[in-house]
Design a protein around this ligand. Structure first.
Ligand code: PEP
Ligand code: MG
Length: 326
């Protein structure tokens, strides 16, 4: 089966009845992108940029970031690269940016887009680097931890300022660059119909969405059982997000760990996701799983999953209904 997975890794992932799903990679370094391409990634659906900011005493400069984004984009050639802006805070404090003050509930605290909107100079430096790297590459900007429309509009205003400054200075960038958001906070799911009118794509972050929907810290082993992305409560939110995105005509991907869980592939296909972004090692197996499924059976499995009472029942449903040849 592994040999078969390797054979199909560099082909598009198409179900038996012809539905194509993009399979992208989640990466967090330049080394990762090589592995991703070698394993058949059709793009990068999540570049976690935190690695650029950690283990140092000051924020990376625009030039430093530009060099890294360009290096990654070059390995990807024509393939798309979704760069997520800094998602620091929560459990990842940055002492030099004074996010290190104690918070009683860091995951409910000053992280992701909240931190960036509070530190516009840090945010602008990153946006300038991303925009400059976008010349000749298919780069997209993705905002983490969006909870409100106000945050998206504030981020877009800052992006507009940076674009105007670059234009003024005669520095080239992709003027058609696409902007999307992570949907990983329950309020964003509930408001997804409105948010969809503001952005070009959604990417669902089930790691955080599960912890916020189930009210269970994703790093606390005592509640790990509760924080399960296969819980129907999470799956219903995925469905709501896909429907809101598609009604507005934008694409909806999923980049949480759930996308790399072979048990989840049929459900995610059936819920209508356009793209799955997974760790580079998982690409061949996920593509093979898609090849073996049909959209019709996946839709039936997804519909049934939404009607289960628990994550455990969803898992039982999958093990009895997914017909895996070989
Ligand atoms: C997520 O929350 O699902 C996600 C992909 O982002 P991270 O794990 O980096 O928070
Ligand atoms: Mg997240």
């Amino acid at each position: 089966a592994q040999q078969q997975a390797r054979a199909t890794a560099h082909q598009p992932a198409i179900t038996r009845d012809g539905r194509q799903v993009s399979v992208f990679a989640n990466i967090g370094s330049i080394a990762d992108v090589q592995v991703a391409v070698a394993n058949g990634a059709e793009g990068v659906g999540l570049l976690r940029t935190e690695f650029l900011y950690l283990d140092r005493t000051s924020a990376p400069t625009e030039e430093e970031q530009l060099a890294v984004y360009q290096a990654i984009a070059q390995v990807l050639e024509h393939r798309p690269l979704m760069i997520r802006t800094l998602d620091i805070g929560g459990d990842k404090p940055l002492p030099y940016l004074r996010v290190g003050f104690p918070e009683a509930n860091p995951f409910l605290g000053w992280r992701g887009i909240r931190f960036c909107l509070g530190n516009p100079e840090v945010f602008k430096t990153q946006l300038r680097a991303i925009l400059r790297a976008s010349v000749g590459h298919e780069i997209k900007i993705m905002l983490p931890m969006i909870a409100t429309l106000t945050e998206v509009r504030a981020a877009k205003a800052i992006l507009g300022e940076v674009q105007a400054e670059l234009k003024q200075a005669g520095i080239p960038y992709d003027t058609g660059i696409k902007l999307g958001i992570m949907v990983e906070v329950p309020s964003a799911v509930v408001m997804a119909d409105r948010l969809a009118a503001e952005v070009d794509f959604f990417s669902i972050g089930t790691n955080d969405l599960s912890q916020y929907v189930m009210a269970g810290d994703r790093t606390n082993p005592r509640v790990a059982n509760l924080v399960d992305a296969l819980h129907p409560a999470v799956l219903r939110m995925v469905k709501q997000t896909v429907e809101a995105g598609h009604t507005a005509g934008i694409s909806v991907g999923l980049c949480g760990e759930l996308a790399a869980d072979p048990l989840a592939t049929a459900i995610l296909l059936g819920l209508g996701l356009d793209e799955l972004s997974v760790n580079p090692q998982s690409i061949p197996a996920i593509k093979q799983g898609i090849h073996q499924l049909s959209l019709a059976e996946s839709e039936a499995i997804a519909a049934s999953a939404l009607q289960q009472d628990s994550a455990q029942q969803v898992k039982e449903l999958i093990s009895t209904s997914v017909n895996r040849p070989g």
